[in-house]
Design a protein around this ligand. Sequence first.
Ligand code: PEP
Ligand code: MG
Length: 858
Amino acid sequence: MQTSPAPPDFQEITPTAPIAAATHGWRAKCLQRLIRLGLPVPRTVALSSDAVRAIAAGRAPDTAALWSGLGEVLVSVRPSARNPDWGGPGTMLNIGMNDRQHAVLCARHGAARADVLYLRFVQSYAIHVARLDPDLFAGLAAESADTTPGESIETALRLYEQETDEPFPQDPARQLAEVLRSMARAWEGTSARLLRQAKGAPADAGLGLVVQRMALGIGQGECGTGAIQFVDGTTGRPQITGRYRRQAQRPHPHDEGSTAEELFLTHDPRGPSLQDLCPEVYADLCAHGEICRARLREEMQIEFTLEDGRLAVLDAVRVGRSSRAAVAIAVSLARDGIIPREEAIRRVEPRALSELLHRQVDPRGPRDVFARGIAASPGAAQGRIVFTSDGAQASAARGEPCILVRRETAPEDIRGMHAAAGVLTERGGTTSHAAVIARGLGLPCVVGASDLRINLRDRTLATRDGRVFAEGEVITVDGTRGEALAGEVAMLEPAPDDAFRTLLDWADTIRDIGIRANADTPQDARIARDFHAEGIGLCRTEHMFFEGDRLTVMREMIFADSPEERAAALERLLPMQRADFLHLFEIMHGLPVCIRLFDLPLHEFLPQSRDGLLELAKALDRPLSDVTRRAEALAEFNPMLGMRGVRLGITFPEIYEMQARAIFEAAVESAARGRPAVPEIMIPLVSAVREVELIKTRLESVAAAVRNSSGQPLTFRLGVMVETPRAALRAGEIATHVAFLSFGTNDLTQMTYGLSRDDAGRFMGAYVQAGVYPEDPFHTLDVDGVGELLLTGAARARRTRPDLTLAVCGEHGGNAESIAFCRMAGFDYVSCSPFRVPVARLAAAHLALAMREKVNNG
Ligand code: PEP
Ligand code: MG
């Protein structure tokens, strides 16, 4: 490539050549940048994606003209798609190798080295260009112990001729043309197309190619090849890593058993290093790394060759990185002033943050997946299988991690879930009980693994393909991918480090929608604060009644025969609730705490099994028949639409009155301790304005009583959860009575679709696959239907009360697309599980940045 200019299909890469990522691909553009920065890149030409498309369609590239200017060299061809993540066919090396070149190299470098190059090229060409079966060439490994490379070449050439009915092509121009054609066609193949589209490539994405003069990496002086990077790909911390192999080209699939000598890059007491051998080359590489970082504004891995001590930089690619490293690198580039903070924020995918918050299955390890379901709560956990909550608690008491495996979970499983390391259920969807609670607890969870069969009698778990796991066997739940794996696997530890916190602090200065957390317990609240949630947006109080002896008192309240008996039981619950709220107020330090009054249907507090009912009868000192009759009376055909939420509050007013008293007394106490709190109280499942009026009157009278008895001032903000379509439609009149509306999009989705939260998992997969729903509407807000109710409700409410606070507190609050919708609709905040708060903070900043960009671009 030294003498004549490149023919029209090929654009020589020079500092001023018209090369762009859009036409020639990222690699061509990157090589041009390296050349502009003065790095010693061998002569390279680029083919545009249009030229490659024409080659795939049958046009013959003018490789003869290109080759005539090359002289005695070999070349490589590499893919250059517009985006490196879209992949492309593998690199081909040593094109131009033939009998004549072989003879020249034998004379120059000795037969052994020349043979290795020739054999390697024949194999690659046969497999990737002529598409011969790789097995044909097994055992012909270069430098193999069984055959000499010379014999292997002869065998490979003979096999090639036998299989293709023609001798191995000796004309370098033809070799190159065939390589280009085969790479162009590989790009058009169906599986390659599907793979890149899954990574976001448009349907018409093209492929550029780069043809580069080879630096052989063999010769008399110091020769070899390597790759160097300046940060660790797992942690993102500064660290020189990579490899250098003497007298070798880049590693090759057929290199097993290769005798090429591998050296350390930096000085190392265990053996020789490139730094010791060639300190100047090493220093040059470090300087190149630094200049790439500063000018390409990225951490790059540099691929290089040494030929007689002369350094050639063949390529540079973005350092492969874990999510943790992506955060560390972005923050470090911004701290060094190389990229602005906004750019650092934009470079980190919000969803990737959850990898920093939970343990993850190491993606490099083997995976024996025995079941797939819905990825309900991210992170991974391993432990022994238990099938009951009691089993989980016993296991925790022994200090043994366990995985709670259930058909589905019910509120009475809360304690088991607290004790378990992870949860796997046969039934359920994104907002089923197990999913919601697990997300709240930060517990890895897979739900709706419908191919599993749990046999409680045998205490076994059977898979679709006939495998059986017994209680006590170790399994791994991967809640990030929605998979259950057999046995223990290698894990990566979470790392919400300094860089993570810094990036989120920067995001907070940019986002323009509030982020609160759904937190029911002091532990949740602490996590929420730690992740800088701006308050609690939903405290589901019923979860407080499943703990220890409270459940018994709760059950006594349910079985009370008279209002007096009920009042006595509630009197015992009052101090417990007061302590709960006081604790939350203290942890949240004056940030808003939004408490939802009791929502659950009462039967959820009762045992389901006969044994459980018998135990309850003993505890309550009542006949079993009495307890069973009462349990049956409370049972509902459709409890989600039954006596729950405000309906319960109106039917049993004492419950809400006790909760209100507990909240107000806790607020007074908190103020007395120097932590003033303004509680927010939220009424669930409202469908009629009269419900709000009734509850509001009662709450105000309790507040007045507490003011009187304490002699302290007391204020609270009242809100309504909009969870029924009717509440959304009547939001205008509801708003006249309240300070805020919080859309409970879990129930609102359920009721808008007429789709049970707990049963939808059974057919959701099929529905999404058939395109009936574009996505699971419990996961991503249905902007067309449920979204319209949000917009209508918000507009009607704000027309009545322009200063009304609007929020979303369903599971959608932690989902980036749903946050975008809420922001666009002018909502004040979203509230999500504590562990999703960081993701929501970053997603909200991305949205604000995208809006700024839109405005700036007119
Ligand atoms: C909702 O329905 O969106 C909600 C937040 O309440 P829950 O999930 O407790 O029903
Ligand atoms: Mg609800």
